[in-house]
Structure formats: structure tokens, C-alpha cells
Design a binder for this molecule. Structure first.
Ligand code: HEM
Length: 508
């Protein structure tokens, strides 16, 4: 067994999801180059633009000239002088340089769509990009209004044709008390966990977002009449969204009209902290309540985005949705509540804001994103979970599901620095006792105390071989999550060991 230390000295074991690119990594920033330092510099009188106060119209040709020491970058039509930001970029200067002198929109979206660059780079904003191409017209049907007539009848006319493909049919039915809007699709796998619905304050409209690991679709529904701020969703043959009529007994001629809208990603929900408790010495479990007018059940492995304004700069980051507890079969999230874990860093700007919330405080949350899909593991009888630190969080629900709802064998290889860093240590013991014939846990510590008799070191091929030796390789699915260096290394080792990439998923 390797005696080398894990995690690497500079890797933060952190909660949340690293950027969706595995061969990249966060870099250790120089002293004085933290996010808080950047915020301070942005707020100072230092000129970060170098082009004067008036916004410019910048051609692609001009942009291309600023591709080295004087570094400009365009994202979503805005151009920024990122020269001074270089040293503060958590992904490193060389990564940021990849987008310099060009329209870096798709690169940016690929790496970390959630980052609030508009706010973070406000002091470096120099103008707008003159596109050198014509923006293609959107297909007409994506924005066309569709009225659905009917009375107690299920009508399913087509809706939201994109690229010639039809995604959803929508219809409605009603009772004295309720109006029920139905969503049905032949081409998309739907479940109540894929739908986020949010009624407007006046009860006259609602947003419906369908979010899956493959794609997301958003709809705006202008309701025929007013409803109360409460929603329930069930899946029978179709998804049924039940709304309480503000005027019980009134007859609706249709549910209203529905149009396909921009993706949900900037729509924020104001969530209230209900409680917080310590899971370890530096990790908190937080329970949030969504507004009553909202339904959001998150699928396994999903993360939500927290957003806060720090000295007027909006910071947004993903946090995994966890479970209220892990030892009972009934521990599930409900559509109005969710739980998350957060490791509070001394220097962390957003973690501090979230960690300092008190019960009753509100914070903005953007709806979830998901890459994992439970269908990936369904045909495998053995599941190996390789987690480092708070990287265990997205796996907890998968582990819980496999133990309580299937007869799969589960092995957890849990990498931490010290014993006191181990999340849910006692709960894992309880689960081990309960599922002794099909659940094993190997704790591996990189900085154990002297009396630690368990595994020591960092992830290595011999260690992985040992963990996999309990299982037949072709019936085993491996899930990996941790800080980027851990994930990258583990994926490399698994590949060297000829474990098929189709049997491995990394939460990134
Ligand atoms: C378009 C070129 C860019 C590339 C290729 C790039 C690449 C990266 C990479 C590889 C990381 C490390 C992700 C990880 O391992 O966790 C990162 C992090 C980050 N980048 Fe960029 N970046 C780019 C532009 C920008 C810009 C313009 C901003 C402006 C605000 C920015 C802000 C950040 C932030 C805040 C993080 C930390 C994100 C987090 O931990 O949630 N990046 N970037």
C-alpha cells in the first residue's frame, strides 16, 4: 500500500462539483490572489479596463489583436480586459489564456457555465462585440403561443418543436377545486424529479422546467385564471401538475397558453434556511425550504446553484443535494425542502456567506443540473464508490438507493485526511451493520493519527485492485468523486487497469 499522502498538499477537499472537464484542475493561487482579493481590487479605483470609461463596439478583428499581454476576451457578446484577472483566475493563467483574443463563449460554457462573469468582471468590461455573422433566426415554433381549449378533456397538441423534433404534448383536465396540467412526451424520459414548477406571485402564470441529464427545456404558462400558490405533481401515465383554483367551482375553458422559453438557469428561487447542524468539525448540513409556490424534487447526483452578492459582486457555485439522513429508507427529499452539505473554508467567499446564515435567513438558489443518470448503473450488480472528502456527497443518494431499493452489493472506498474528517462516520457503521452481507466500507486516511489501524495513503492501483477484487469486473460499476486531482488520478488508474470507461462515472 502506498504511503504517499492524499490529498495532494494543495488540493482542497471541498464540497460541490468541480468544472466539467477532467483533464483540468484548479491551481493554487499566489498569496493575495483570492476571490476576496479580486473583489477588493475590482472595488478600488485601479483602472482595470485601460480603454476609458465609455463602452466600445469591438470587432472580431480588433479583439484578435489583444491576445497576449493585453488580454481581451468576449463572452456572450461582452468584451472584458482580463489582463489583471489572470493571476486571480482559479483555473490558472494558461487556462484563461485559451480564451484570450477571441469569442470564448463556448469554451466558457463548456468549463463553468455557472460562473457569474458579468458581475465578477464588471470592472474590466470594455464594450460589446460586433458579431461578424448573422444570428440565425429561431425556428418559429419555439416561441409561438399555443392555446389549448378543452373542458375535462385531455388534449395533447404538439408543443415546443425544436429542430423538427416534438418534445412535449400538453393538455389539461379539471375538477371543482383543481386544474391539472398534463405533460407527456414520447421522446423524453420524464419523472416528477425532472420537473421544476414555479407559480408567479399573482397566481396567474407559472414556469415549468424539464431538466434531464441530456437536455433541459423550459416553458412559460400563462394561466387561464388565477390559482393559489400551491403545487403538487404526480406521475401517472403522464406528468400531472395540479394547481388549486383561486375560485373553486369556476369552469376553465382551457389551462391558458404555453410557450417555450429561454433555459431556466438564471431564474432564482429565494430559499429559507430552516436548520443547520455540524456533520464534522468543518462541514455543515443545511436544510432549506423552497417557496410554497415551487415544486422542485432533485434527482440523484443533482446539484443546485447558490448565489450571493459579496460586496456587490454576484458569486454563484454548485452544491450537491444530499439527504436529510442516510440510515432510514424513508429519508427522502420532498418537493419543498432540500438538504446540502457545505465545507466552510476560512478563505472561502461564498462558503462563509452560506455558513453564516441563521435559520430564517434567505438565499438565492438557481434550479438544479444533473449529469448522472440512474439508468447507468441499473444493469450492474456491484457498485464501487470511490470518494474523497466531501466528494462523497453526490454518492450518498446513490448508495442509499442501492442499499434500500435494490439488492446490489456496494463497496465504498472513502479517502480522507484524518478520522475527524470522515462524513457520516457513525451512520456508515449503522448501515454496515444493517446490510453486512452486501455493504463494505474501506476508510483510507492520508494523515492518520498514530493509533489508526486502517488503510493509509492515497489512491493507487494496488489499492483499487484490492477494492475491486471483491467484485467481478464486468458486473461492477465504479463511481468516482472528489477534488479534481483525486478524480483525474483515479480515472487514469482505472483506465490503466483496463476498466471499461462505460462502467465508470465521475461526478464532475
Ligand atoms: C474562457 C476561458 C476559460 C477557461 C478555459 C477557464 C478554465 C477554468 C478551469 C479549468 C477552472 C478550474 C475548474 C476546477 O478544476 O474546479 C476554472 C475555474 C474558475 N474560473 Fe475559469 N476559465 C475561463 C474563463 C474564466 C473567466 C472569464 C472567469 C471570470 C470570472 C472565470 C472564473 C473562474 C472561477 C470563479 C473559477 C472557480 C469556479 C468554481 O470553483 O466553481 N473563468 N476555470
Amino acid at each position: 500500500m502506498s504511503k504517499e499522502l492524499f490529498p495532494a498538499a494543495n488540493s482542497a477537499q471541498r464540497l460541490g462539483v468541480p468544472a466539467p472537464v477532467l483533464n483540468t484542475t484548479k491551481v493554487p493561487l499566489q498569496r493575495g490572489r483570492s476571490l476576496m482579493d479580486w473583489i477588493r481590487l475590482s472595488k478600488s479605483n485601479v483602472d482595470l479596463r485601460g480603454t476609458g470609461p465609455r463602452p466600445l463596439k469591438i470587432s472580431m478583428e480588433e479583439l484578435a489583436k489583444h491576445n497576449s499581454d493585453d488580454a481581451w476576451m468576449a463572452i456572450r457578446g461582452y468584451v472584458f480586459n482580463v489582463t489583471r484577472y489572470m493571476e486571480y483566475h482559479p483555473g490558472g493563467e494558461s487556462e484563461l489564456m485559451r480564451g484570450v483574443g477571441k469569442d470564448a463563449t463556448s469554451l466558457f460554457e463548456e468549463v463553468h457555465r455557472w460562473v457569474n462573469f458579468e458581475s465578477m468582471l464588471k470592472a474590466c468590461f470594455i464594450g460589446t462585440l460586433i458579431p461578424d455573422f448573422t444570428i440565425p433566426k429561431q425556428p418559429k415554433s419555439t416561441s409561438s403561443l399555443l392555446s389549448v381549449p378543452g373542458n375535462n378533456l385531455l388534449k395533447l397538441p404538439g408543443l415546443g418543436k425544436i429542430g423538427g423534433k416534438q418534445y412535449f404534448n400538453v393538455g389539461f383536465k379539471q375538477t371543482e377545486e383543481e386544474v391539472i396540467i398534463l405533460f407527456q412526451s414520447d421522446s423524453l424520459e420524464t419523472s416528477v424529479e425532472n420537473f421544476v414548477c414555479n407559480i408567479s406571485n399573482d397566481g396567474l402564470s407559472m414556469h415549468v422546467d424539464f431538466i434531464s441529464h441530456k437536455q433541459s427545456l423550459s416553458y412559460f404558462i400563462k394561466l387561464h385564471k388565477q390559482v393559489k400558490a400551491s403545487i403538487s405533481i404526480v406521475k401517472r401515465e403522464v406528468i400531472e401538475i395540479a394547481l388549486k383554483k383561486a375560485e373553486p367551482g369556476s369552469l376553465w375553458d382551457g389551462f391558458g397558453s404555453c410557450k417555450h422559453t429561454q433555459p431556466f438557469k438564471n431564474r432564482l428561487l429565494s430559499c429559507t434556511l430552516i436548520s443547520k447542524s455540524n456533520i464534522t468539525h468543518d462541514t455543515l448540513q443545511l436544510h432549506f425550504r423552497l417557496p410554497e409556490s415551487c415544486h422542485m424534487l432533485t434527482p440523484m447526483g443533482a446539484h443546485v446553484f447558490f448565489q450571493a452578492s459579496i460586496e456587490d459582486i454576484l458569486i454563484r457555485r454548485p452544491y450537491t443535494v444530499a439527504l436529510p439522513c442516510i440510515t432510514e429508507s424513508t429519508c427522502a427529499n420532498d418537493p419543498n425542502n432540500f438538504y446540502t452539505l457545505i465545507k466552510v473554508y476560512e478563505t472561502g467567499a461564498l462558503t462563509k456567506v452560506i455558513g453564516n446564515l441563521s435559520p430564517g435567513d434567505e438565499i438565492s438558489v438557481a434550479t438544479f443540473e444533473i449529469k448522472f443518470h440512474i439508468g447507468l448503473i441499473s444493469s450492474f450488480s456491484n457498485i464501487l464508490l470511490l470518494a474523497a472528502g466531501t466528494g462523497f456527497t453526490p454518492m450518498v443518494r446513490v448508495m442509499h438507493h442501492c442499499l434500500f431499493n435494490t439488492d446490489k452489493k456496494v463497496q465504498l472506498g472513502f479517502f480522507n485526511k484524518k478520522e475527524l474528517d470522515i462524513l457520516w462516520r457513525n451512520d456508515l457503521k449503522t448501515l454496515k451493520a444493517r446490510f453486512y452481507s452486501r455493504f463494505t466500507v474501506d476508510h483510507v486516511l492520508s494523515q492518520p493519527d498514530q493509533d489508526w489501524s486502517g488503510l493509509k495513503g492515497r489512491v493507487s492501483i494496488p489499492l483499487l485492485k484490492e477494492m475491486l477484487s471483491n467484485f467481478q469486473i464486468d458486473t461492477t460499476f465504479v463511481l468516482v468523486c472528489g477534488p479534481t486531482p483525486f478524480t483525474t488520478l483515479t480515472l487514469k488508474f482505472l483506465s490503466d487497469m483496463k476498466v471499461k470507461s462505460s462502467s465508470v462515472f465521475a461526478f464532475t
